[in-house]
Design a protein around this ligand. Structure first.
Ligand SMILES: O=C(O)[C@H](O)[C@@H](O)[C@H](O)[C@H](O)COP(=O)(O)O
Length: 274
């Protein structure tokens, strides 16, 4: 494997949202168990429908398992809207409501030291907010990125054909022209996601069919050389690069319906192989 290549996708297909959510949570515990470093496991969370899925999966786990792992986790945001924390568009707020408050109440999560929200005093300036966020994260790579995908193939706040896809010198960037409202956001960049140990996508519903098909069709070529891939969707590009890393796609039957059988057969793994 060249140093520029990375893992192929592992596709997990579920019929029910509950099974999908539980499997994502099981994978998170497996990755957490494998994390033997003394420093915390850095988990990046996205917005959209993802917090509810991750929250449902974590709530289905035995509390004793959560208590064992959660004190060693640090949550950051894969992307965030530049709004105050209590705003209805805030991913921090969505994640608090869906999972972080539950983990604080039942599994010992310290919301003040183990969760990294954007600075509220900088929400009027996305670039300053991104710079400050990058400084807070330091050089520590993301261990596990939990990402959604929009129907257009965007992930985090990395949109198709957007200039931020060319960023190579920042781990967090700001933008004010997000096609998905609200327009001002911060986002992890492709180099930040290339450095991740594991990237885990969750994509459900028929609206994701064209993008999922395109991403899985491009998977082999992008895995071989993510840096030189041209014209592929952000969700195909935002992936780990390097040996011993993992790329997972958790999808439902509706999302995967139009993926050609031969493409699906190349990447699908049995549920037991998490
Ligand atoms: O803040 C955001 O807007 C999200 O992080 C974004 O990247 C999201 O994950 C996708 O748009 C998918 O959203 P859905 O899962 O709701 O389709």
């Amino acid at each position: 494997m060249s140093t520029k290549s990375g893992p192929r996708a592992q596709l997990h297909v579920y019929d029910t949202p509950a099974d999908l959510a539980s499997s994502v949570a099981s994978l998170l515990l497996r990755l957490s168990s494998a994390h033997t470093a003394l420093r915390p496991l850095v988990i990046a969370l996205s917005g959209g429908s993802l917090p509810a899925v991750v929250g449902a999966g974590l709530r289905a786990l035995p509390v004793a398992d959560l208590r064992k792992h959660v004190p060693r986790w640090r949550f950051i945001f894969a992307d965030e809207r530049c709004v105050p924390h209590a705003h209805e568009d805030s991913n921090y707020r969505a994640c608090r409501e869906a999972l972080l408050d539950y983990l604080a109440q039942h599994a010992g999560l310290d919301l003040t030291t183990q969760v990294v929200p954007i600075r509220e005093d900088l929400v009027g300036d996305s670039r300053a907010a991104a710079k400050a966020y990058a400084e807070t994260l330091g050089s520590q790579a993301v261990d596990v990125a939990l990402l959604g995908m929009g129907p257009d193939g965007h992930t985090c706040s990395l949109f198709p054909n957007h200039a931020l896809l060319s960023v190579r010198d920042m781990l967090v960037a700001g933008l004010d022209d997000s096609p998905k409202p609200p327009p001002s956001r911060i986002t992890l960049t492709l180099p930040a996601l290339h450095a991740a140990q594991a990237v885990v996508y969750i994509a459900t519903g028929a609206s994701k069919q064209p993008a999922l098909k395109a991403v899985l069709e491009a998977d082999k070529a992008v895995a071989q050389d993510p840096a030189s891939a041209k014209g592929v969707l952000p969700s195909a590009l935002a992936r780990p690069v390097g040996e011993g890393k993992e790329l997972h796609w958790f999808v439902d039957s509706a999302a995967v319906a139009t993926v050609p059988a031969e493409v699906r057969a190349e990447v699908e793994v049995a549920p037991a192989k998490l």
